[in-house]
Design a protein. Structure first.
Length: 277
């Protein structure tokens, strides 16, 4: 611990940039971004990871690593650009994994709307928004799948490895020279399309089953006018929706595994593009 406090100001500046990138990822990472986890605990986890990674991240075989850190934080403008760049990069890297939770929430919300369970919306403590019970169920299932697939470990390793491709503070230079609008738009559209694709794939089987159920109820209403379709249909649609959801859980689990793998590959592609590799 004695060597730790012998760090120069430049070294501590490098640690702060590492901490900023990790904190940006923590804002959206599955499990870590949950509102049920106190902000102090999140900050402590980010600080501990940064403390372990910073000595390797700011090390430079040529001996210029720590001097570069000092130059990046020499002026308020340079420091602000470096901090904002690290925060943005961390958020983007975390978002590639957060697509899993976003897509699960969207799929569960669509199923809830089709099955009628959206009437029982409750406030989700992890997001602070009113969501359907099926959306909460899918997010819990996605979180468990993320942990079972060791996604938390893989994401942290990928985040720590990002400092090899894009050293601390270098993202500020990239922002100064300008990031092409096409690149930013492509990243944004890719995250959005992946979220919608996952949500639709989750909801598609149940939606088809509910559509067939609705058509069947409509035909029964024409053949038996005395039947109260609204009273009977609500219970039938809810039961069919939940049955279809539970029958497709194995397929959804495989889908979650593919999304985690794709997210890690996407983060590596982003880092390779920024690092010029």
């Amino acid at each position: 611990m004695a060597e730790l406090f012998e760090y120069s100001t430049s070294s501590w500046a490098g640690w702060f940039l590492v901490f900023t990138r990790i904190s940006g990822a923590m804002m959206v990472l599955p499990i870590f971004s949950s509102r049920t986890i106190p902000a102090r605990i999140k900050a402590a986890i980010a600080a501990l990871i940064a403390l372990c990674v910073a000595p390797l991240a700011i090390a430079d075989p040529s001996g210029t690593g720590t001097r570069q850190m000092g130059e990046l934080m020499a002026t308020p403008l340079a420091g602000a650009v470096s901090i904002c760049g690290e925060l943005a990069l961390g958020w983007v890297l975390g978002a590639t994994a957060a697509v899993l939770m976003w897509g699960a929430h969207l799929g569960g919300q669509l199923i809830g709307q089709d099955s009628g369970l959206a009437f029982g919306q409750v406030v989700d403590p992890t997001t602070g928004q009113a969501t359907a019970p099926t959306a909460n169920l899918m997010m819990i299932f996605a979180g468990l799948a993320f942990l079972a697939l060791e996604g938390h470990r893989l994401v942290i390793l990928a985040l720590c490895g990002s400092f090899d491709a894009v050293p601390p503070g270098s993202i500020g230079n990239i922002l100064i020279h300008g990031v092409p609008l096409t690149t930013a738009a492509q990243i944004t559209s890719e995250l959005g399309s992946q979220t919608w694709m996952l949500g639709l794939q989750i909801a598609f089987p149940a939606s088809i089953a509910l559509l067939v159920t609705t058509v069947g109820l409509g035909l029964m209403a024409r053949m038996i006018p005395e039947m109260n379709v609204f009273a009977v249909g609500f219970a039938v649609r809810t039961g069919v929706g939940m049955l279809a959801l539970f029958m497709t859980l194995p397929f959804i689990a495989d889908l979650f595994g593919a999304v985690v793998t794709t997210g890690l590959q996407g983060s590596q592609m982003i880092l390779s593009g920024l690092g010029g590799n």
